[in-house]
Design a protein around this ligand. Structure first.
Ligand code: ZN
Length: 219
């Protein structure tokens, strides 16, 4: 599910901040401590409650004292990862490192999905909004929502980001082009499905009828 693994992003400075908690692997937590030298980690901002982004929170809380854990609430999921969660909302400004980030609610891949926007450098910490070289999975069975995802992409395009630092894959240096291709790809799929339905409606109806008859006999 995570390809070559996933990134977390560390912002050192006045308020040392980790974006995404990872999975709690001891080597990951060691490398955070090493990067911060003697300075304590102040907070973890989580993009969404899929396990590769959030499940490390309890291990970080255990190893590092007085860390704040912040995300947009998704109560049925958040309770799986016990940490003192603090809620984030769309439009919140969060002090992080030596700067400030704006919280963007970007649902679709997950209902609680957030991106973090650094206006000064036009950089987006994108979580699972975009992955270079592939499209993003929208899991309908766990509250994925394609309509919401397309709206989230439009919302990010409107910001004209210069780069996206994603949770998977390489840094995206041409984010607007990548996001526009995502919109185009979904539009093409929709047109293909509509064409099939229009052109092959009789054949489709026959297939559906035999499927329904088949499932009736197997039930
Ligand atoms: Zn995810």
């Amino acid at each position: 599910m995570t390809g070559g693994g996933n990134w977390t992003w560390l912002l050192p400075g006045r308020i040392p901040t980790l974006i995404d908690a990872g999975t709690g692997h001891p080597r990951h937590i060691d490398s955070i401590a090493e990067a911060l030298k003697a300075q304590p980690l102040a907070q973890v901002l989580v993009t969404h409650a899929h396990s590769d982004h959030v499940s490390g929170a309890p291990a970080i809380a255990e190893r590092m004292r007085d860390v704040r854990f912040c995300k947009m609430p998704w109560p049925e999921r958040d309770s799986r990862w016990p940490a003192p969660w603090e809620p984030l909302s769309d439009g919140d400004a969060v002090e992080a490192g030596d700067t400030s980030l704006t919280v963007l609610h970007t649902p679709g891949h997950a209902p609680d999905h957030l991106c973090f926007w650094h206006d000064e450098s036009r950089t987006l910490f994108g979580g699972d909004l975009a992955i270079k070289g592939t499209t993003v999975y929208i899991p309908a069975a766990s509250h994925g929502d394609l309509g919401a995802y397309l709206a989230s992409i439009e919302k990010v395009i409107a910001l004209q980001p210069a780069r996206i630092l994603p949770a998977h894959g390489t840094v995206i240096h041409d984010p607007v082009a990548v996001l526009r291709r995502y919109l185009q790809h979904r539009q093409e799929r929709e047109e293909q499905i509509l064409n099939l339905v229009t052109q092959g409606s009789r054949r489709l109806m026959r297939s559906l009828t035999s499927c329904i008859a088949g499932s009736a006999t197997h039930s």
